[in-house]
Design a protein around this ligand. Structure first.
Ligand code: SF4
Length: 876
């Protein structure tokens, strides 16, 4: 009988429990774990599709040196000897590790211990620096510790939820669904969204505040003033549990509604509605994520929010508190072990007492005594030769770091680069001198911590393929070869976790927030999802007693001054980057899943209609974004949901999936001065129409050769690939180009349909009646239904239907489902529109008719939008 394994989703910081069952046909059935407190059986579209990410295509299965397969011993010896030699010749600051929120806590722990404890440098940083470092800095300034106070259940207990810079419906879908479910049972509960864009999260919000980019600090400083004016402060809490209120209020007094309105672009009326709501609803949770953190003033934004919660005593109690939600599955675990360059270990810093404590615990004579280089500084040190040996673990900085082309150049110039990763062909892995094959999700064993401080197990249910090994094993083997074997005796992840638990409690006695002592001796294999602080019973909420981890036990108000408004040079737009619903990071996993790619199959730029009109950019044409750092070419998505003066581009498309859409190429090195977090939502670009001479769309069983097309974006689909392409400077004869692009499909029968006067060409290749590829070229964006065409791939096409195929015209026997909306059940926009016309005027009615939106629920906001666009009746 098939065995079901309890594990945890490897995507976002919600940390949903997953049930994985290996089926007789070797596929893996995925379901939400009904007993996991984070999701209670729910999964979003990404989590639901995890079973489809487990193929070995693209996996790195053997160690490689200089592109040739090697044995583990040879590769590990080379890494250890090169790091030792570099340290001997240039000092410990000449080596670095760049890790990832995808690592498990045990992996992170040994990497941090090796670097800070034994190499003697703190040059270990992580892609979590890009995600939530400003929240860490803000927490520490206010609380004296990096502590997330609340729990997910607070989102259901609150009377007011304020979402700041957070597209929760796409980026943390299960939390969003928990809120919506709670709101349905308690209509008095209100949701306010603060976001420059009208995202799908706005659809269920009672108030959407379309704030100017970076206006958040002014909004919350103004809120502090309004709370004082409205008599909504908690003087007892302020007096008993805080310091610095007077200084914070002194700044706030100057931020009248008029001034806040001017700084934020929010109307006086909307400000009053928001401020009234906040004053009237003691049970308030303020959720914030990347829209707050990824800013040059992210830490101040965090403290402006926390100040309002401290001033009203709304912290440490049910249904209230500031709540940072993390992007990655184990960003919190990385913080716990000290995976950031400015943290030592177990939430301890580089103060002399902590350094001495960790030195004694690790028996590490050579421990680092000062912070290392944060991500942006770290890659600059690679670029200028200060760092000469770099180990990148489970991340893709060539695409995800700002100044991405400069980062790639730095990695190329670095004398020695090691990449340990699941994937062989990321834009970073292909640059490495040594590639070490890491085990992936479903194969690894360890723990992760989610945004509410809940530690869950990731358990293996598949054998490790090829010669892959867990990251902790790889680091441990290198540490031993560097001569530190006594400190790295580990034979299993459980031994590392036990040491991590012991360090958290070492000389703690309640003086530090992070203490897992309650897990001492608890069986690792059977470890149930558990929050810290670990309590035998009751709720693991923090700051319940109004005491904080500052020297005097009082929280600190941080007087923050709103920054001047962002001023873009004439003709430039503010560049905002972020995520889409169905993709994750640089698509190394979700890019394998056809139904996830079907939702948004190519990179795009959301631009306001007025900006588009003034710049001559048409919807669905190509738009060139550029600045002094480079150029990006993406599809124009003209929408009034975007704010005028700004442009949004998703961060997912790497060089593996697109010709010129690595958006981080255009972002600069501006960072928050306190956290070192890059301002990934504050770029500056010009936008102009990219006049393509010819546009193309194809479906094909093999990935096409796209040389010569200046624009292309390709995605896996059922049975092959769907590809968009365009030619700016058409050099090749179209027919010749198509023959070359699809040459891998063999020399079967090829059909043409050519309209020379209109400049249209269609070609399709068959073997017998089986369709291998079809390509459509036109002087305008190709209008062929993508979903219809994809469904034809690999099918038998009767001779009588081939003319319809070449004309791009769905036959009556194959209705066009339209763009994919529900990834779980493969329901397209045209099917939903037809159901609306047939009388389904609510999301639930659509669900009953088509099942759309009834599984993970991630598409429900989009279904609601389609209904609202089609009819003018209220929806539910
Ligand atoms: S919300 Fe989705 S992506 Fe995030 S942990 Fe849950 S299933 Fe995974």
């Amino acid at each position: 009988m098939a065995q079901t394994i309890r594990t945890t989703c490897p995507y976002c910081g919600v940390g949903c429990g997953v049930l994985a069952t290996l089926q007789a046909d070797s596929t893996v059935k995925i379901a939400g774990d009904p007993e996991h407190p984070a999701n209670r059986g729910r999964l979003c579209s990404k989590g639901s599709a995890l079973g489809e990410t487990l193929s070995l295509s693209g996996r790195l299965l053997h160690p490689e040196i200089g592109g040739r397969q090697s044995g583990w011993d040879e590769a590990l010896d080379l890494v250890a000897s090169t790091f030792r030699k570099t340290i001997a010749e240039h000092g410990p600051e000449a080596v670095a590790i760049y890790g990832s929120g995808q690592l498990l806590t045990e992996d992170y722990y040994v990497a941090n211990k090796l670097m800070k404890g034994f190499i003697g440098s703190a040059n270990i940083d992580t892609n979590s620096r890009l995600c939530m470092a400003s929240s860490v800095a803000g927490h520490k300034r206010a609380f004296g510790s990096d502590t997330v106070p609340g729990n997910y259940e607070d989102l259901e207990l609150a009377d007011l939820i304020v979402l700041v810079g957070s597209n929760l419906s796409w980026c943390h879908p299960v939390l969003y669904q928990r809120i919506i479910a709670a709101k349905a049972t308690r209509p008095s509960m209100k949701v306010v969204l603060v976001d420059p864009r009208r995202t799908t999260t706005a659809d269920q919000a009672d108030l959407h505040i379309a704030i100017r980019p970076d206006g958040d600090t002014a909004l919350f400083v103004g809120l502090l003033r309004s709370l004082a004016e409205r008599g909504a402060l908690d003087p007892e809490f302020i007096a008993a549990s805080t310091n610095g209120f007077g200084a914070a209020l002194d700044i706030a007094r100057d931020w009248t509604p008029d001034r806040v309105s001017e700084a934020t672009g929010i109307s006086i009326r909307d400000l009053a509605v928001f401020y009234d709501l906040f004053a009237a609803k003691p049970r308030t949770v303020t959720v914030f994520s990347q829209g707050v953190n990824q800013s040059a003033t992210g830490t101040d934004k965090v403290n402006a929010i926390i100040n309002c919660h401290l001033a009203t005593g709304r912290i440490g109690l049910p249904g209230m508190g500031p709540f940072s939600v993390t992007g990655q599955p184990n960003a919190m675990g990385g913080r716990e072990v000290g995976g950031l360059a400015n943290m030592l270990a177990a939430h301890m810093d580089f103060d002399p007492v902590s350094v001495d404590r960790v030195r004694r615990f690790w028996r590490a004579a050579n421990i680092a005594e000062k912070p290392g280089l944060k991500a942006v500084e770290l890659f600059k040190a690679v670029a200028d030769g200060r760092i000469r040996a770099l180990w990148i673990m489970a991340t893709n900085p060539v695409d995800s770091m700002p100044e991405a082309d400069a980062v790639r150049a730095a990695i190329r110039a670095c004398p020695f680069v090691v990449v340990s990763d699941m994937n062989a062909t990321t834009d970073t892995a292909v640059e490495a001198h040594v590639r070490l094959p890491a085990a992936g999700w479903g194969e690894k064993n360890g723990t992760v911590t989610n945004s509410e401080r809940r530690i869950s197990r990731q358990r293996p249910f598949l054998p490790m393929p090829g010669e892959t090994r867990p990251d902790w094993w790889i680091v441990t083997e290198v540490a031993r070869r560097m001569g530190y074997g006594d400190a790295f005796p580990y034979a299993s992840a459980s031994e590392i976790f036990a040491e991590h638990v012991a360090l958290s409690g070492f000389e703690n006695a309640g003086t530090r927030d992070f203490d897992l002592s309650g897990l001492t001796g608890v069986g690792y294999d059977d470890l149930q999802p558990v929050q810290w602080p670990v309590r035998a019973r009751g709720t693991a909420r923090m700051f319940v007693n109004g005491r904080f981890f500052t020297p005097d036990g009082r929280a600190r108000f941080v007087p923050v001054l709103p920054p001047p408004p962002i001023v873009t040079p004439p003709g430039m737009l503010v560049l905002n980057t972020g995520r889409v619903r169905d993709h994750w990071h640089t698509m190394t996993r979700t890019g394998k899943v056809a139904r996830l790619s079907a939702h948004l199959a190519e990179p795009f730029a959301e631009i306001h209609p007025d900006d588009a009109a003034s710049l001559g950019i048409r919807h669905a044409s190509l738009v060139l974004l550029e600045n002094s750092r480079g150029q990006v070419l993406v599809r124009a998505l003209v929408t009034s949901r975007q704010q005028q003066g700004s442009v949004f581009v998703p961060m997912h498309w790497s060089g593996q999936f697109s010709g010129a859409a690595r958006i981080d190429v255009l972002l600069g090195d501006q960072v928050d001065p306190h956290s070192g977090q890059p301002a990934l939502k504050m770029g500056s670009v010009s936008a102009s129409p990219a006049l393509a001479r010819r546009y193309g769309f194809s479906i094909s069983r093999h990935r096409p050769m796209l040389d010569g097309a200046e624009y292309w974006a390709t995605a896996e689909c059922a049975g092959g690939w769907r590809t968009e392409f365009a030619f700016i400077n058409e050099a090749a004869e179209p027919e010749d180009w198509i023959k070359t692009a699809f040459a891998a499909h063999g020399a079967g029968e090829t059909l043409h349909l050519k309209d020379t006067a209109a400049g249209r060409l269609s070609m399709a290749g068959f073997t017998g009646s089986r369709l291998h590829y079809a390509a459509f070229l036109a002087p305008d964006p190709v209008l062929v239904s993508r979903q219809w065409a994809v469904e034809l791939l690999g099918q038998d096409i009767a001779p009588a239907s081939r003319a319809d195929l070449l004309a791009g015209r769905p036959g009556s026997d194959r209705p066009d489902a339209g763009p994919m909306i529900c990834a779980c059940f493969g329901i397209g926009a045209n099917q939903i529109a037809a159901s609306v016309r047939a009388g389904c005027h609510s999301v639930d009615a659509i669900g009953s008719a088509l099942k759309a939106g009834t599984n993970c629920g991630s598409c429900r906001p989009e279904i609601r939008r389609l209904i609202e666009d089609a009819v003018s009746v209220p929806t539910s």
